[in-house]
Design a protein around this ligand. Structure first.
Ligand code: ADP
Ligand code: MG
Length: 347
């Protein structure tokens, strides 16, 4: 590092930083089918299959707050969010490794709870814990999980395959995890100002659970297989719909048109958003941590997914020159901009 140059990471953003740091790395191995730039790396495995590898790190104070996140949930979530990236390649997760950096402010029992959550996720998703690393931390807790999966070569789905007129589809509903976080943050502030007041999460179960215990939509991969639909592109929704649509558009060199009226939002998400003076659509577009799948399918496959309770068509792809827009309920066009979570900013 030179003395003179000091570039602010905040000005580059997460993706700008990754691009800059990795741009001078060339792929030299024949066994590397696809490296940086998708939800998982794609490696040669055998004639018919690829191996998928993906890593995600959770940092205390950035990604979770131990005041309201139980260790067991944290363990489960750390695994689920990684498996979500394997699902986003249309793959099946098989193994994980788990690395932790812990300060001695945690007793063994806390780490046992963390691993109880990890074990529950391993059982639920039928993946094996096969390794990791343990070290000490002078500040907060850090958990890094690597997920390894498998996909048929004929079925692997990248972010880059969307064509104009393909339908944009999402699984499940969106914005709930973000509203769950708002509820937890509110109860935390109430508790901080008066510790005798117990948290009031009554009736908020669904959105709180979506924040604390998200699931990887590996079930959607099974449904797609049963329906004999191979998406043309796919990504998981970790940073809010807007950011993920933009990733698909950028990787596929396409534009998109999304309809506000079609966005799947649970009624508890909407009513809670309104209580918080937030627009539910903003929560869908710029909230985070839904861990649903966003994918594109050929119009020819529409009949196969039509009426499926797990999948909602929210719009369609266009030529890149047409831009990326949300069609509002009054038919006005709102340009979609990436906000996502900027991890270099204090939230
Ligand atoms: P996701 O949100 O799906 O986990 P990211 O946005 O974290 O994906 O990462 C985008 C791409 O950049 C991925 O291919 C990831 O492996 C790669 N990547 C992220 N950080 C680094 C890094 N520090 N060094 C090398 N590659 C990275
Ligand atoms: Mg991803």
């Amino acid at each position: 590092m030179s003395e003179e140059r000091r570039t602010d990471l905040e000005s580059l953003g997460e993706f700008g930083t990754i691009d800059l740091l990795t741009k001078n790395f060339l792929i030299t191995r024949e066994s590397t089918a696809f490296g940086i730039g998708d939800d998982a790396a794609v490696l040669e495995r055998n004639e018919e299959q690829y191996t998928l590898v993906s890593t995600d790190m959770l940092v205390e104070g950035v990604h979770f707050n131990l005041m309201y996140v139980p260790f067991k949930h944290l363990g489960y979530k750390a695994v689920a969010v990684n498996l979500s990236d394997i699902a986003a390649m249309n793959g099946t997760p098989e193994q994980i490794t788990v690395s932790i950096a812990v300060s001695n402010r945690f007793p063994l029992e806390a780490l046992e709870d963390l691993y109880a959550g990890i074990r529950l996720a391993c059982q639920h998703y039928k993946v094996d814990l096969v390794g990791g690393d343990t070290t000490s931390s002078k500040s907060g807790l850090v958990i890094s999980v690597t997920a390894i999966g498998v996909v048929d070569k004929s079925k692997v789905v990248y972010r880059s395959g969307a064509a104009a007129n393909d339908l944009l589809v999402v699984s499940g509903d969106l914005g709930a995890a973000y509203m769950g976080l708002q509820v937890l943050e509110r109860e935390k502030s109430v508790f901080e100002s008066n510790p005798s007041i117990q948290p009031d999460l009554d009736g908020k179960d669904y959105i709180v659970q979506r924040q604390l215990k998200p699931e990887a939509r590996v079930d959607i991969i099974t449904y797609l297989k049963e329906l004999e639909v191979i998406p043309t592109s796919m990504i998981d929704i970790s940073d809010g719909l807007a950011s993920e649509v933009m990733h698909i558009c950028k990787a596929s060199n396409k534009g998109a048109m999304i309809y506000n009226a079609k966005l799947p939002v649970d009624s508890l998400t909407s009513t809670t958003a309104i209580d918080f003076n937030l627009d539910p659509t903003t929560c869908v577009l710029n909230g985070g941590e839904d861990y649903e799948l966003l994918f594109t399918i050929s119009q020819n496959d529409f009949d196969r997914i039509k009426g499926n309770p797990h999948m909602t068509v929210i719009g369609y792809m266009t030529d890149a020159s047409e831009g990326i827009y949300l069609v509002d309920t009054n038919d006005s066009l709102i340009p979609i901009k990436a906000q996502g979570w900027n991890h270099f900013q204090n939230k």
